[in-house]
Design a protein around this ligand. Structure first.
Ligand code: APR
Length: 265
C-alpha cells in the first residue's frame, strides 16, 4: 500500500507520513492554476458546530425525515422550529471562522483558490473573507415568508412566537435546502462547470454521502483534476476518487499545508 492512504497516528512513522502529505498538498496547490474547494460540516466542527453524521452528529439526536424534510416542515413548522431550528440558530450565532476557514481565505488572497462550493449554511467562509462561495444548501442567515416571499435577515426575526411570522402573517422558513427540495439549478450547473474546469479540488470535512454535492469530486477527477481529501476519517471518495486523504482535524491540517506553502512561494 502506498503512503497516500495510510492513516496517520502518533508514531514516528505516522508523523513522517503526515509531513510528506502536507508537503505534497502544498506542492500540488503551488503548481495549480485553478483550485476549487468542496466543504462540508466537518470544516465547521472546530468552530463549535457539530457535524450531521457520526459521533455527536445532529442526525444522531434527530431523525432528518422528521425534522429536516420539507414535508415535515410544512406539516408542522412549530415542531421543526422548536426542536431543530431554534437550536441551530443558537449554535450558528456563536460560531466564528476557524483556522480551516481562514486558511481557505488566505488561499484565495494568494490567487490560488477560486471558488468554494459549500454544503454548509453557516456563512463562515464569507466571514473568513472568501468572496466566491456557492452555497449549495442555502444560508441560514436569511429567512423567507411562505406567504408573501419577503426575505428577512435572521437577526430581525421575532422568535418570541414560534413559528416566527412575517408582518403579513405568513410563516418564516430558513433559506436552506430541506431534504426533498431541489438544489437551485444555477448552483448545480455552475458547480459542475467549475468542478470540471479545476486542476485541484480540495474536499474538506464532508462524508460525501449526500448527492448531488458528493458527485463534484467525481466530476473533477474525471476531468483530470487532482482530488485532495482532508477529513477526520475515510469516506466513499477515499481510494476510488481522491488522490490522497490527509486524515485529521481540518484546521490543523490546513495550518500545516499553509506553513509548507509559505516555504514554497
Ligand atoms: N475536521 C475534518 N473533518 C471532520 C472534522 C474535523 N474537525 N470533524 C468531523 N469531520 C468529518 C466527519 O468525519 C465526516 O466525514 O466531516 C464529515 C462530516 O460529514 P456530515 O456530517 O455528513 O456533513 P456533510 O458531508 O456536510 O453533510 C452533507 O447532509 O444532512 C445533510 O444538509 C446536510 O449539508 C449537509 C449534508
Amino acid at each position: 500500500m502506498s503512503y497516500r492512504f495510510l492513516l496517520p497516528g502518533h508514531s514516528a512513522e505516522s508523523k513522517k507520513i503526515m509531513e510528506k502529505l502536507l508537503k505534497k498538498a502544498a506542492q500540488d496547490l503551488a503548481a495549480a492554476q485553478n483550485v476549487v474547494a468542496l466543504t462540508g460540516a466537518g470544516i465547521s466542527v472546530e468552530s463549535g458546530i457539530p457535524p450531521f453524521r457520526g459521533k455527536g452528529g445532529i442526525w444522531e439526536r434527530f431523525d432528518p425525515m422528521e425534522y429536516a424534510h420539507i414535508d415535515a416542515f410544512l406539516k408542522d413548522p412549530a415542531k421543526v422550529w422548536n426542536v431543530l431550528l431554534k437550536e441551530m440558530k443558537a449554535m450558528l450565532d456563536k460560531a466564528t471562522p476557524n483556522d480551516a476557514h481562514k486558511g481557505l481565505a488566505k488561499l484565495e488572497e494568494l490567487g490560488l483558490l477560486k471558488t468554494i462550493i459549500t454544503q454548509n449554511v453557516d456563512g463562515l467562509h464569507q466571514k473568513a473573507g472568501n468572496t466566491d462561495v456557492i452555497e449549495f444548501h442555502g444560508n441560514f442567515a436569511w429567512h423567507r415568508c411562505l406567504e408573501c416571499n419577503k426575505t428577512c435577515p435572521v437577526e430581525m426575526i421575532d422568535l418570541t412566537q414560534i413559528p416566527p411570522r412575517c408582518d403579513c402573517g405568513g410563516i418564516y422558513r430558513p433559506e436552506v435546502i430541506f431534504f426533498g427540495e431541489m438544489i437551485p439549478p444555477e448552483h448545480l450547473w455552475r458547480s459542475r462547470q467549475i468542478s470540471s474546469d479545476c486542476d485541484v479540488m480540495l474536499v474538506i470535512g464532508t462524508s460525501a454521502v449526500v448527492q448531488p454535492a458528493a458527485s463534484m469530486p467525481v466530476v473533477a477527477k474525471e476531468s483530470g483534476a487532482k482530488v485532495i481529501e482532508i477529513n477526520a476519517e475515510p469516506t466513499p471518495l477515499t481510494g476510488p476518487i481522491s488522490d490522497y486523504l490527509i486524515m485529521g482535524k481540518a484546521g490543523e491540517i490546513i495550518n500545516g499545508i499553509m506553513a509548507e506553502l509559505e516555504r514554497l512561494l
